[in-house]
Write a protein that binds this ligand. Structure first.
Ligand SMILES: [Cu+2]
Length: 114
């Protein structure tokens, strides 16, 4: 018996399960790990949807300092220098609007699902 056969079968089944899940989920942007870029004085992508317990990372790709600060103050990355990253782990389900505390017209939101 070919010892690789069971492994190939598992991979095939996992692939089928994943594509089934994707078809059932129409959410535009949904990931288990969140990554948001800050570029040209804007957050993107936004909104993003993550599952509870996900660490979201903001990476500053501008030449200005930015922050990601919750409107309700539930989180605040503090200053993120150009080229640096900062993160926050979302342990509570809900929708969290945030903005840059320096440039308050920069807004985004994180949707945390249970
Ligand atoms: Cu800013």
């Amino acid at each position: 018996m070919n010892p690789r056969a069971p492994l190939l079968l598992s991979v095939t089944l996992a692939g089928a399960a994943l594509s089934g899940c994707g078809a059932a989920s129409p959410a535009a942007t949904s990931t288990g790990s969140g990554a948001v870029a800050i570029k040209n004085f804007a957050f993107g992508p936004t909104p993003i949807s993550v599952t509870k317990g996900t660490a979201v990372t903001w990476t500053n790709r501008d030449s200005s300092v930015h922050t990601a600060t919750a409107v309700d103050r539930s989180f605040d990355t503090g200053n993120i220098e150009p080229g640096k990253s900062a993160g926050h782990t979302f342990d509570t389900a809900g929708t969290f609007a945030y903005r840059c505390s320096i440039h308050q017209y920069m807004t985004g939101s994180i949707v945390v699902t249970g």
